[in-house]
Every structure is written in C-alpha cells, then in structure tokens.
Design a protein around this ligand. Structure first.
Ligand code: ADP
Ligand code: MG
Length: 643
C-alpha cells in the first residue's frame, strides 16, 4: 500500500472499538538479534571494521598498549588485547546489549563528544554476526570475567584470572550470514584494509604502543611515546623532508574568524615525493581518522603551486577543535564528520598550509644562504663583480676548455630564435651593478657562504655549502621568481608595462575579440594594453615588462584563450585558477631556458633573487627548483661508507 493510500484510509476510516481488534498488524518490532544484525550491516562491513571498532574501544579505555592479532585475514580470528581500564562482570554483560555505552549519558554530551565511540552499537553488532569472547579485568579487581557469545546469544560467562585490561576475540565472522561472507575479498585486500585502519590509529595516537601481527608475522610494531613526526615517518615509510603544519608564531585560535579552540598540527610530505599511488593524506580530527573532502580540498588549495600534475597531498593533517564545533554523529561507522563552520575551518587550514610552506622556504633559505642582511647590503658581493672577468675567472673550465668533457655536453641550441637573451633575463640588479674589477675570483665564487661551482648541462647550477651539494634548475628557479613578481604585480594591480615603440597589429578570432572586449580591464591588470584597429585587427601597445622578450601576439592570444569564459565575479574574488595558470605560463615563457649558458654574474644574480623572494623552492607548476644532496648521500653513490 502506498503511503498516500494509507493516510487516506486512516483519515476516512478511523479505527474504533471492535474494528481495531479485527485488524492484524503487519508491523512488528524487530527482535534484538535481528536489529543487531541490521546495525552490523552498517557498522561491520568487513574484518577491518571490527578491528576499527575494537581499537576505538581500547583507546577510549585509555589503553597505552594494544596488540592486534589476525589470522586468515580475520576469517579465523581477530583479537585485540589492551591494558586499558577493563570491565567488571556486570559491564561485560551490559556491553553486548544494544545502545549500552559508558561514554555518553545525556543529550548535552551528544553535542560535544570527546570519545571515539558513543553509539553503543559496535559490540552487540559484532556479537550478532560472530562468536565473540570477552576477557576483561578492571585494574582494581583481583579477578576478571570471561564471556562467550555465539551469534548474539550468551553461551558462557564465568570468573577468570586474566590479565588487567581487555582481550576481545572474534571468530567465525559472518558465519551466520553467508551472503555477507561471500562479499569478502581476497586475503590480501582484507589484510590491506586492516593495515590501513591500524596506520590511521597509529597516527592519531602516537603515544600508544601498537602492534599488528598477521598469521604470526609482525607487520607493525609502533613503540609508545613516539612523537608525531616519528610516527608519520613510520606510517608512511618516509625518510625525506617533512613540512610541519604546527607553527609557533601562528595563533592557535582564530577568534576573529568566529571560531575558537582550533589547532592544526601534523606533517606533510614534501609535495614532489608523493605521487598519487604512494602517498595519501590522512586526516585526523580530535584524534579520529576521518574522510573529509573539505579538509582534503583545503590542504590541496594550500599547496597550490607546489603540486605537480598527478601528485596528491600526502601526510597527516591533525586538527583539534572544540567538540561542540563538529558533529560526529553523521555516519554509522563514524568515518565522516560535519563542521558547524566549515568555511572558516577551510580558510584556516589553507592559511596554515601556506604558512607552513613559507616556513619551509625560510628554513631552506637559512640553510642555503647564511649571509646576514648586513653583509648583503653593505658589501653586496655581486656588485663588485664585472661580468667578463667573472666569466673568465670562474667558468674557464666549463666554457672554454677544449674539448668539452663528455659529462658536460655542448650547448644544444645556442642560436635558436627566441632563445634567451642575457639582457632580457630579469636579473638586471646584477648586470646593472658593475663595479671595479677587484677581488673577483674570491667574491664571485662565493655568495652568502655558498660556493658556486658552475653550470652543468647548460641547465643546472651547482653549488656547495657546508657539506651539501645544491643543484638548482635554472629554468624552474627563474620561472618561480618571475611568477612571484607577476603575481605580486597582479595582486596590487601593478604589473609593470613596457610600451612598444612600434605597436604590433594582430588579427583575432571572433571569440578572442569578444573576450578582449569583456576583459579589457583584466588585460590591463595583467600588463597588456590593446586597442581596436578596425575590423578584426587590434593593436598591442604595451606588454608586461617582465615578459617583454616573449612574442606579444602569441602572448595576447594565450591570455585571451585563458580568460575566455572567466566570469567577472570570479575575477573579483580571489585570484582565479585561470589567472594563476596564465601568470605561470607567462613566467615559464620569459624564464631562462634549459640550454642557455649563463654568465657567472647571472648565476649569482639568480641566487641573490632566490634568497630575496618569499618562495623559491618550486616552479609554479610544482616542480622542484632545487635539490640538496648531503655529503653522505654523495659518498653513498661511490660506496664510500663512513667517510
Ligand atoms: P561504544 O563504544 O559506542 O560505547 P561499544 O559497543 O563499542 O559502544 O562498547 C560498549 C561499551 O563497552 C563501551 O561503552 C565501554 O564501556 C565497554 N567497552 C568496550 N570495549 C572495551 C574495552 N576494550 N575496555 C573497556 N571497556 C570497553
Ligand atoms: Mg565502541
């Protein structure tokens, strides 16, 4: 019977007296066992979900050590043993009752949940689809309790001299639900899911000792009292650079954003080390591993310009927020949560990730360039360097030696049209500053305690510093610098223009012309000045000074294609993706190319500008602009150990 029909019946024929007795109700209250099995359908999807629920219970019981054993990917045995608070006999009986929990008692507590569990559903659900054994003893009790429940029915309960804490064993999982059992995947897949659950909890609770043994093989042995960075390394099996998300100088609260008690902690892997298949972002909110698209998006947005195509943010994002700001009761397996002020949290996390990246730049800067600003301004090294002198003195072995050594191939395209012209390189500060030819060798080789070895493959600058080999990709580094300048210009609506002595006429397609008419202001902000010249022809009168050596017609067409379809409103908000891409593309075109031989003075100028810019470590497409090899790494190439 459809619902509307049912309502009609109720209204037209109210039940009275005898008629009520004649109706045999179709609706029944489900038996406890059936209700539990239905709940299990949501909560206990596979062996890994059992492990997740049992782990959460151990953690809520303040365990400091948890040992997990799995046999036959959970088909034969799942066991979680903890040294937590334990349960007395009464509680052992109660814990398998539906909606029995020690964690919340009233509505107010539901609004601010501080424990991992709260639904009182896990144990009865698991018990309804397996053989469950509970062994538990509170710390202040002489004896413990052992209970055996088979598919929801208590089979046996008695005192037991077990250890303090709780051991829960699950056998014959889904033994009474063959359909569900059939859905289990290969051992490998089920074990993988279990490992993922354990990894997440290991990250969420670095102070807890946690082991996982599968078929007698120790898979994880996380020692207690690890700090978060150590746990991140263990969980990701990662030895590279970590970007800390907790920043000392950052306010840990954002009251001006209308939110208090929020902290962001955790570590991201260096963006270029985490391609899609390997890395992933694990999100923990109030020590609860969750899947949250909003937070994932925020981290990716914060990493904008640092993630190469095909790479994903990876690491651990640890958010602590006052429990009344989130709703954890939105998913039966508690995998998702809802933020009451999602937008504010999003902004805060983006900001925090960006700040972490800037911090990383600072750290890199002080590692690479230790010159004090005083030294830099009072006696700028490069100002005392004459270009020719520098090139002969510094690069003799690289540029004039004959024949060219094999490892240093000749410039592949020295005379390509449109190839980089030294004058066009935006490193004028160095070139303009030509001073007396004194002390050139010593000063030119060193900048800010960094020794410039020279240029390799007409692409990489090699530098040495404190037992480190620093390799800089000249194109990526220069591209980032130009991008930074263009973006700054764009944000302040002042991208410097350079007027063309002879304006360049250009033919545009109708679509391009239409975009141009709509986006004249935006074009001006980007540094282009264009005027109509009748019909389909337009005149380019000025171009962005930073990219003045790029062919103006092609640049204009690219900009117009990029701006096409970009709504005005979008332009008014933050910098739209399309604009960022355009700026990056302009920077890429104008930057010094691979294959361009650089004069020492230009290499130095690049170093100077890198030191001076906020961000210099990656090109705007996320490719790294420099790599640092320690002396130990280099020695390992040659199997020189302990040298
Ligand atoms: P919830 O965790 O939502 O309260 P569960 O069904 O998972 O519901 O557990 C029911 C109760 O059993 C818990 O509230 C807790 O009091 C008790 N319990 C379960 N596991 C443990 C454990 N490992 N140590 C101590 N108490 C436990
Ligand atoms: Mg629980």
């Amino acid at each position: 019977m459809s619902q509307s029909c049912y309502h009609a019946l109720k209204i037209s024929a109210p039940l009275k007296g005898n008629r009520r007795n004649q109706i045999v109700s179709q609706i029944r209250i489900l038996s406890e066992q059936l209700a539990n099995q239905i709940a299990a359908g949501e909560v206990v999807e596979r062996p890994a979900s059992v492990i997740k629920e049992l782990l959460e219970n151990s953690l809520d019981a303040c365990a400091t050590r948890i040992d997990i054993h799995v046999e036959d990917s959970g088909r034969r045995l799942l066991r979680v043993a903890d040294n937590g608070s334990g349960m007395d006999g009464d509680d052992v009986l109660l814990c398998i009752e539906r909606h029995a929990t020690s964690k919340i008692h009233n509505e107010a507590q539901l609004a601010a949940i501080a424990t991992l569990g709260f639904r009182g559903e896990a144990l009865p659900s698991i018990a309804s689809v397996s053989w469950l054994t509970i062994l538990s003893r509170p710390h202040n009790h002489e004896q413990g309790t052992r209970a055996e429940i088979r598919y929801g029915t208590l089979h046996n309960i008695h005192h037991d001299g077990c250890a303090r804490g709780t051991v829960i064993e699950v056998r014959h999982l889904f033994g009474n639900m063959p359909a569900r059992k059939k859905f289990l995947k290969s051992d490998r897949t089920e074990n993988h899911h279990i490992e993922e659950v354990v990894r997440d909890q290991a990250l969420a609770h670095p102070h807890i000792g946690l082991t996982l043994t599968i078929n007698g093989r120790r898979i994880f042995d996380f020692l207690p009292d690890a700090d978060l960075s150590k746990r991140v390394r263990e969980v990701f099996g990662y030895q590279g650079t970590l970007l800390p998300l907790r920043l000392e100088q950052m306010a840990t609260e954002a009251p001006e954003m209308g939110i208090t008690d929020i902290t962001v902690d955790g570590y991201l892997l260096l963006p270029e080390t985490a391609p899609t298949s390997h890395g992933r972002l694990r999100i923990l909110v109030n020590n609860r591993p969750v899947q949250d698209a909003m937070l994932r998006h925020a981290v990716n947005e914060g990493l904008q310009g640092f993630l190469m195509k095909g790479y994903q943010a990876a690491g651990a994002l640890v958010v602590h927020i006052s429990p009344d700001q989130i709703d954890v009761n939105v998913h039966p397996a508690k995998r998702e949560i809802r933020f009451s002020k999602a937008e504010v949290v999003h902004r805060f996390v983006v900001h925090q990730v960006q700040a972490a990246l800037e911090n990383y730049q600072k750290h890199l800067r002080s590692n690479l360039f230790t010159s004090s600003k005083v030294q830099q301004h009072e006696s700028p090294l490069f100002q005392q360097t004459a270009p020719q002198a520098a090139s002969t003195l510094l690069l003799t072995s690289l540029t004039t030696a004959e024949p060219v050594p094999e490892w240093l191939p000749m410039d592949q395209n020295p005379g390509l049209p449109g190839a980089y012209q030294p004058e066009g390189l935006c490193l004028q500060s160095a070139i303009a500053a030509q001073a007396p030819l004194s002390n050139t060798l010593e000063r030119c080789e060193n900048y800010a305690n960094l020794t410039l070895i020279g240029q390799l493959f007409s692409l990489y600058l090699l530098c040495e510093k404190d037992g480190q080999l620093i390799v800089i990709d000249q194109h990526a580094a220069h591209e980032r610098l130009l991008y930074g300048q263009l973006l700054h210009g764009y944000l302040t609506a002042r991208i410097p223009q350079q007027s063309l002595i002879v304006p360049i006429p250009i033919e545009l397609t109708p679509a391009q012309a239409e975009t141009l008419e709509h986006q004249v202001e935006e074009l001006a902000t980007l540094g282009m000045q264009v005027e109509p010249f009748g019909d389909t022809t337009w005149l380019i009168k000025a171009v962005p000074a930073l990219v003045s050596q790029v062919e103006p017609g092609g640049l204009l067409r690219e900009i117009l294609d990029g701006l096409r379809g970009l709504a005005r409103a979008e332009v008014d908000r933050s910098v739209p993706e399309a604009i960022l891409e355009l700026l990056a593309s302009m920077a890429c075109k104008a930057a010094v190319k691979a294959g361009n031989r650089l004069q020492p003075v230009e290499m130095l100028a690049l170093l100077v500008q890198m030191e001076e810019s906020t961000i210099f470590s990656h090109c705007p497409h996320g490719r790294p602009a420099l790599k640092v090899f320690t002396v130990q790494e280099v020695q390992r190439w040659f199997h020189r150990h302990g040298g």
